[in-house]
Design a protein around this ligand. Structure first.
Ligand code: GUN
Length: 286
């Protein structure tokens, strides 16, 4: 039976640490770290994420400000808002919730965010810094996975790490971070041949493909650590589920994250960490 990696508990622990640091920060500086969250349109999932981000800010003692723009907002208006936030001293982190409506050029919008305030770490400047291992911010989901591994006592050095998924937000940075910790890293994707065989080599498997309960025990080596980044609806009953078939994998893994309650709670926690770092880097005394 696998050890359950409790993301909810680990996230709560890290948030308590950030809250304590924030209290000190506020005493030293007379202001709080500030996060601006911009959402364009009314995607219900995005609205839930944004609400949770504000709630997390409140929990750790940050200042947060939300901007809810209509779905037909034009590029010029959004760029003007970002420009204003770039110059706003009370805002240290700027997050533009994705996906954006189709008529907006995501790359252009993300490029407009001052890299010092880019708490998602999506700006090419920050992506480049991650590539060379000299970074201030990490993208929240892979950073959350690393924190889960670290706080669960999983060593990465020398291990076979298999990342399934190659998105700019999760798979690619995840592979770099595991490599930085001296893992032997393989990245798999939709065109990978013999996916099952490659996954069965993994001491640490990170599943991030967005397919409900895709990975059953036939993909898993006995004793592997299984991290499930998936956040899907199970077709049969509409319940939240991951990319891993938990019931099938749990008996043979040595450790596994549940969905919900695994990687999910860590993501927003890492956003809080990045916002704190941003505030420090922008001249605060700490
Ligand atoms: N949409 C889904 N996940 C994310 C995220 O981590 N950051 C942003 N900005 N948008 C998202």
């Amino acid at each position: 039976m696998a050890k359950l990696i409790d993301g909810k508990a680990i996230a709560a622990e890290i948030r308590r640490e950030i809250a304590a640091d924030t209290e000190k920060f506020k005493k030293e500086n007379g202001y709080a770290p500030g996060l601006a969250v911009v959402i364009v349109g009314e995607d219900p999932a995005s609205q839930v994420y944004v609400r949770n981000k504000h709630r997390a800010c409140e929990e750790v003692g940050f200042y947060s400000r939300g901007y809810e723009l209509p779905a037909d907002t034009d590029e010029k208006t959004l760029l003007a808002l970002i420009d204003e936030l770039n110059g706003d001293d009370s805002i240290h982190g700027i997050l533009v919730q994705l996906p954006l409506p189709r008529h907006l050029d995501e790359e252009k919008i993300l490029l407009a965010i001052d890299p010092k305030k880019d708490v998602d770490a999506f700006h090419p400047y920050n992506v480049g810094r991650i590539m060379i291992g000299n970074y201030d911010f990490l993208p929240c989901t892979p950073a959350g996975v690393m924190a889960l591994l670290e706080r669960s006592g999983v060593t990465i050095e020398g291990k076979e790490c298999v990342v399934v998924g190659r998105s700019n937000i999760v798979g690619k940075p995840q592979a770099l971070l595991l490599l930085e910790k001296n893992g032997t890293v393989t990245v798999c994707h939709s065109r990978t041949k013999n996916l099952r065989e490659v996954c069965r080599r993994a001491d640490i498997l990170v599943a991030a493909i967005g397919k409900p309960e895709f990975f059953d025990s036939s993909y898993i080596k006995e004793g592997a650590v299984v991290i499930d980044v998936g956040m899907n609806r199970r077709p049969a009953d509409g319940k939240l589920c991951g990319d891993v078939d938990f019931a099938s994998v749990e008996p043979i893994a040595s450790a596994i994250t549940p969905v919900p309650g695994g990687v999910g709670p860590m993501t927003i926690t890492m956003l809080m960490k990045n916002t704190f770092t941003a505030a420090k880097k922008q001249g605060a005394k700490v």
